[in-house]
Design a protein around this ligand. Structure first.
Ligand SMILES: NC(=O)c1ccc[n+]([C@@H]2O[C@H](COP(=O)([O-])OP(=O)(O)OC[C@H]3O[C@@H](n4cnc5c(N)ncnc54)[C@H](O)[C@@H]3O)[C@@H](O)[C@H]2O)c1
Length: 370
């Protein structure tokens, strides 16, 4: 192995490891080499190693870290295990790319970042939506002041029938939450980033489980539930085990007076075209999909369609960008990580408050939860 190549290890050998992290790391052959993969289910570790030509497969993370001494670890387990493996890997001397949501509470996330700071390693959260061309363009328009004062925004990631029917997404014990943690966290993170990361100070939320815990006998596709390349490590799925929300909603108050609405569903009786993201400002408004900027010119209202360059046509494009960026930052070729500690904690605190509010039935100040 060339001397300056980073050794990468993967923890959690499921859909996202096989479909996104491993291909993205392999796309950087001059920078990294995947040396090992670990999964509690031996077959997943073994099959993943075989499929991608990874030299070693483990069922014990400590052993893998000890024997392989990776420079970078991709944490790709269900949400409830992000914290333990991130801290373990950081303490073993690796930088960590951790899947979203970074943790299942802001407190845990803070502990993970504290550990990274203490051991002098980087913790990078996989908020891949930030690499979307439309999100980057929207942020630029906002940074140019084209919206003026932003006072209201909405973001809705709505799937009519898109429950991930693999792994353990549907079980609280392993993932802690449903679509709010799965797809809501992406759209909330992207929206707050576009808006310049205003602090969320309070939230009122509600969660529902009305549809996904019954067998409707519908034919649904894996692609519709977020696995466009199919599954590499299928596991049995039982709708009777479904105990997270299938629809969640949160109304948030931001420092400075703006408010935002977040909605996320895996199963809801929605019509085509509901959902998406928009921001209202005093000088203009933005819609993310398709990207449209509205404002006034002279005595006319105008709609502007920015021409966003085509992204590379590859599934999980954001993972390719984030792995490359992570390597550049570790090498000191780029100054700082795109996803900062304060931003990740702001998102986690908001989600904590939404879930808490859903539990208690009234608005909850973020500081009361954390
Ligand atoms: N950024 C994205 O677009 C995106 C998309 C899908 C999933 N994800 C995230 O990736 C993570 C994994 O999702 P997935 O779709 O790959 O799920 P998955 O169920 O397909 O894979 C998870 C893997 O972790 C293994 N595992 C379970 N418990 C473990 C433990 N305690 N220790 C070690 N391994 C364990 C499972 O055997 C499985 O192989 C989740 O946090 C999810 O939110 C991100």
């Amino acid at each position: 192995m060339a001397k300056d190549k980073f050794k990468v290890a993967i923890i959690g050998a499921g859909m996202i490891a096989n479909a996104a992290h491993i291909p993205a790391w392999k796309d950087l052959p001059n920078d990294v080499e995947i040396v090992a993969v670990m999964d509690v289910f031996e077959a997943n570790a073994q099959n993943t190693a075989k499929m991608h030509g990874i030299p070693k497969a483990y069922t014990n993370a400590e052993k893998m870290l000890e024997e392989c001494k990776p420079d970078i670890v991709s944490v790709c387990t269900p949400n409830c295990y992000h914290k333990q493996y991130t801290i373990l890997s950081l303490e073993a001397g690796a930088h960590v790319l951790c899947e979203k949501p970074v943790a299942t509470s802001a407190r845990d996330a803070a502990e993970m970042f504290d550990t990274a700071e203490r051991v002098g390693k980087l913790l990078f959260v996989g908020q891949t939506m930030r690499w979307s061309g439309n999100v980057i363009a929207a942020k630029e328009l906002v940074d140019l002041g084209k919206l003026g004062e932003m006072y209201y925004a909405e973001t809705a990631s709505l799937r009519r029938r898109g429950v991930p029917k693999w792994g353990m997404f549907h079980m609280k014990e392993h993932n802690a939450g449903g679509p709010l943690y799965d797809i809501g966290v992406h759209s909330l993170d992207a929206l707050l980033w576009i808006m310049g990361n205003p602090k969320v100070i309070a939230a009122s939320g509600a969660t529902y489980l009305k549809i996904a815990n019954r067998d409707e006998g519908l034919r649904t596709s894996l692609a519709d539930s977020g696995a466009p390349l199919g599954l590499f490590t299928p596991r049995p799925y039982d709708y009777r085990e479904f105990n997270v929300e299938d629809f969640g909603v949160g109304f948030m108050r931001l420092e400075g007076g703006a408010t935002i609405y977040l909605k996320a569903s895996w199963a809801a009786n929605i019509a085509e075209g509901m959902g998406g993201t928009f921001i209202l400002g005093t000088e203009g408004g933005l819609k993310l999909q398709p990207l449209t900027y509205v404002t006034n010119m002279g005595s006319y209202m105008v709609d502007v369609t920015p021409h966003v360059p085509q992204e590379r046509q590859v599934a999980f494009f954001g993972h390719f960008k984030e792995c490359e960026h992570f390597v550049r930052v570790i090498r000191g070729e780029e100054k700082e990580l795109l996803v900062k500690r304060a931003e990740a904690l702001n998102v986690m605190r908001a989600l904590d408050a939404i879930y808490k509010s859903a539990e208690v039935g009234h608005e909850v100040p973020v500081e009361d939860v954390n």
